[in-house]
Design a protein around this ligand. Structure first.
Ligand code: C2E
Ligand code: CA
Ligand code: CA
Ligand code: CA
Length: 276
């Protein structure tokens, strides 16, 4: 019989090769996808306490000709590694600009866009986005930029200067997945932040006697103290919604209230809501 060590080694290199090959392939396919317009956006509503839609979050989808719809969890990280997140992110913002008139007709005043740290770290980002807005005659205050705490940890000085510039232009800034990063809370005071989005991992475990009830309550208190708006992400049950409402959380997003939808479905959703 062959020595086991050898076999293990073979398996190991085999795995690496597969991974590298898969990434090379994916990189090429993303290139194609950008060229052939295989990406699309879905919009998930964010509701206020009166169940009115106050905003929507733009979420990217990859409609692959063979694999079907691919989740961003599968390709965003790779696109960040290859730098393809730059053209991809620009496409997202341009698509949001193109959809803005239709969203305004639905009485939706703002759209949230997810930014990856790499996009934000580019010097040209502020100018790029300003150019797009001018082209489509859209005002900065109609756009919420969602960034995660990781952006701040890696390079606080740079993040701070670009966020300040964007905020001065009128963009609103949201901290995404709040509570899951490793940064101190000091940045909340020092950066121009308007909104905190409490991560789903906390929201899915709130309610009488549940594990994250205390932490969620504390996050809401911090937000209130600093006069930040709060969105609870990933609300899936009535129990969660009720708990959040009793804690004076202002805004909600999650499958219980609405799924992410293509823009035409969103229009129908809004129309039905008006008639209800
Ligand atoms: P995220 O920014 O935290 O977005 C929320 C994710 O949670 C979305 O997944 C949404 O579909 C999902 N979600 C919403 N409500 C619920 C719920 O009640 N329960 C559960 N289990 N999930 C819910 P999605 O669309 O698959 O996006 C995943 C992540 O990919 C996003 O997380 C974001 O980090 C990233 N992403 C999506 N679109 C973009 C984009 O255009 N640019 C960048 N840079 N990242 C994006
Ligand atoms: Ca987000
Ligand atoms: Ca999030
Ligand atoms: Ca996330």
């Amino acid at each position: 019989a062959k020595r086991r060590g050898n076999n293990n080694f073979e398996w190991f290199t085999q795995d690496i090769n597969d991974k590298v090959e898969r990434h090379v392939l994916m990189r090429h396919e993303i290139q194609e996808a950008l060229k052939c317009k295989q990406f699309s956006l879905v919009y998930q509503p964010i509701f206020d306490q009166n169940q009115k839609i106050c905003s929507v979050e733009a979420l990217i989808r990859w409609n692959h000709p063979v694999q079907g719809v691919i989740s961003p969890y599968e390709f965003i990280t790779l696109a960040e590694h290859t730098g393809q997140i730059i053209p991809m992110g620009r496409w997202v913002i341009e698509q949001v600009c193109q959809d803005m008139l239709q969203l305004q007709a639905m009485d939706i005043p703002t759209v949230s866009v997810n930014l990856s740290p790499l996009q934000l770290s580019r010097n040209r980002f502020a100018d790029d986005i300003k150019g797009l807005l001018a082209e489509y005659q859209i005002e900065a205050r109609q756009i919420v930029l969602e960034v995660t705490e990781n952006v701040l940890v890696s390079d606080l000085t740079n993040a701070s200067s670009i966020l300040n510039e964007l905020h001065k232009q009128g963009f609103r800034i949201a901290i995404d997945d709040f509570g899951t990063g490793y940064s101190s809370l000091r940045y909340l005071q020092e950066l121009p932040i308007d909104i905190l989005k409490i991560d789903r991992s906390f929201v899915c475990d709130v309610g009488e006697g549940k594990k994250y009830e205390g932490i969620t309550r504390a996050m809401l208190a911090v937000a209130q103290e600093l006069q930040l708006q709060v969105v609870a992400e990933g609300v899936e049950t009535e129990e969660q919604l009720t708990f959040l409402k009793t804690q004076d959380c202002e805004f909600y997003q999650g499958y219980l209230l609405a799924l992410p939808m293509a823009i035409d479905d969103l229009a129908r959703f809004c129309e039905q809501k008006m008639q209800a």
